[in-house]
Design a protein around this ligand. Structure first.
Ligand code: SF4
Ligand code: SF4
Length: 430
């Protein structure tokens, strides 16, 4: 390992480790109380997946390079040098963590474990050691933003097909999917694909909302990478679009980390103030139902149905009740997973793990806690308002023969909305 890289890493430590973070690291390395809160530790019985181990790795090099004892007598305080093995160890335990923060919920010292995780990722990014696929997706997303003027016409052309489908579904030839509409109330930031665009278009149409579709997606692989510059650039495109169109608010589709980035993280990274109200589509749908702007076929689903709280939307953003309110309107047999809300188990697929093929076995193994919860609930339908969670739940379904169907909340709402034909052919659920 070159001296320059060692120096870069030490500079990151100097810049990042303040008194508070130092005490976090120091306490954490002597603790592990949260071990039974982590699905990865429980399913592997391997302490390396815990925050305490990550803290220990970082603290040992801090001691080596930034304390007098460590510099001269490393054995006294378990200080160690930065070398390839140390980087490999840090990589293994950093990019495998889903960032679910369940450990933080159970930490008696209220240590924000995502701060330790972010430091680990910042070091790895500086060392050019990260999952290549996550980096490629992040770069592709930034490229799209830089070339939007060229790509825009193709995107709009592609949406015309969705628009025809929408008109047929809602039985109204005037229904549109507006893009670039200046002065709209809502800028809706959708995931790619009809299940996110068409369902929202149907709901907005029936609520008579003044909305426009964003040219960008909420997914932010710069965030998974731990590269806050890339993550901020990716998120800023949406803020800039909202400014250009002079909308009143930004509504994020069912994307857990995408919502958290826009709502809670972007301002900190960019050091700019976000002038827009940010809401998740779940909040908007619940409001439409309460205000009777959309009407649902109550009790349309009779099969046992449960709800998975995505970590980034629930524990890490505080959205618990809106999806439950919506689902209780549609389903006659709504069952909670145990535990739920802020204590819910991570599905095992977040943090970018879904995109990392080499972690597939680990992801499926550590998802077994979620499998156990679903089995115990007896539910046949599992609803999750996050793409990463849904992909993981589908994989768990196949691997463990759960015999469940997995849906987003939007799919069920669009399907149960009175007056439209079913947007998706799922009304035969019962
Ligand atoms: S996060 Fe909290 S509970 Fe977990 S090991 Fe660190 S100090 Fe202990
Ligand atoms: S954030 Fe989640 S996966 Fe990571 S250590 Fe904590 S509980 Fe485990």
């Amino acid at each position: 390992m070159g001296k320059q890289l060692q120096k870069t890493i030490v500079d990151i430590l100097k810049k990042t480790i303040n008194r508070q973070l130092y005490y976090y690291l120091d306490i954490c390395t002597r603790c592990s109380i949260c071990k039974n809160a982590c699905h990865q530790y429980i399913m592997t019985n391997d302490l390396i997946y815990l925050p305490a181990y990550r803290a220990e790795l970082i603290l040992r090099i801090y001691r080596k390079y930034l304390t007098r004892t460590g510099r001269f007598i490393s054995a006294l305080n378990r200080a160690r040098e930065i070398d390839e093995q140390w980087l490999d160890d840090l990589y293994k335990v950093t990019y495998s963590c889903t960032g679910c923060r369940r450990c933080m919920y159970y930490c008696p010292f209220s240590i924000d474990t995502s701060w330790l995780l972010a430091l680990g990722k910042a070091i790895l990014v500086a060392a050019d050691k990260y999952p290549p696929i996550i980096s490629e997706i992040s770069n592709a997303s930034i490229f799209k933003g830089e070339n939007m003027e060229i790509l825009k016409e193709d995107i709009i052309e592609g949406l015309k097909e969705y628009e025809k489908e929408l008109q047929e579904k809602v039985d109204d030839p005037s229904a549109t999917i507006p893009v670039d509409l200046k002065g709209a109330d809502i800028l809706y930031v959708s995931l790619p694909g009809s299940y996110s665009v068409l369902t929202a278009a149907s709901i907005f149409h029936q609520a008579r909302a003044n909305w426009t579709l964003s040219l960008y997606e909420p997914a932010n692989f710069g965030y998974f990478l731990g590269d806050t510059e890339k993550a901020a650039v990716t998120a800023k495109r949406i803020i800039d679009e909202a400014k250009r169109l002079e909308v009143k608010e930004i509504v994020i589709s069912e994307c857990g980390h995408g919502y958290r980035v826009m709502k809670w993280l972007w301002d900190t990274w960019s050091k700019e103030e976000n002038p827009f109200k940010i809401r998740c589509i779940l909040e908007v749908m619940a409001e439409y139902i309460k205000e009777e702007r959309i009407r649902l076929n109550r009790g349309q689903i009779q099969k046992a149905l449960t709800y998975h709280d995505p970590c980034q939307l629930a524990r890490n953003s505080g959205i618990y009740e809106e999806p439950r309110y919506i689902l209780r309107q549609i389903a006659t047999d709504f069952r909670e997973l145990t535990p739920n809300r802020e204590k819910n188990w991570c599905c095992g697929g977040g943090g970018g793990l879904q995109a990392e093929p080499e972690l597939e076995d680990f992801r499926l193994k550590t998802g077994e806690k979620k499998v156990e919860q679903i089995r115990n609930s007896g539910a046949k339908i599992v609803v999750a308002p996050c793409d990463n969670c849904r992909l993981q739940l589908e994989d768990l379904n196949k691997k463990y023969n759960l015999d469940i169907s997995v849906y987003s909340v939007m799919e069920l709402v669009a399907d149960a909305t009175v007056i439209s034909k079913p947007v998706f052919p799922i009304s035969n659920l019962d």
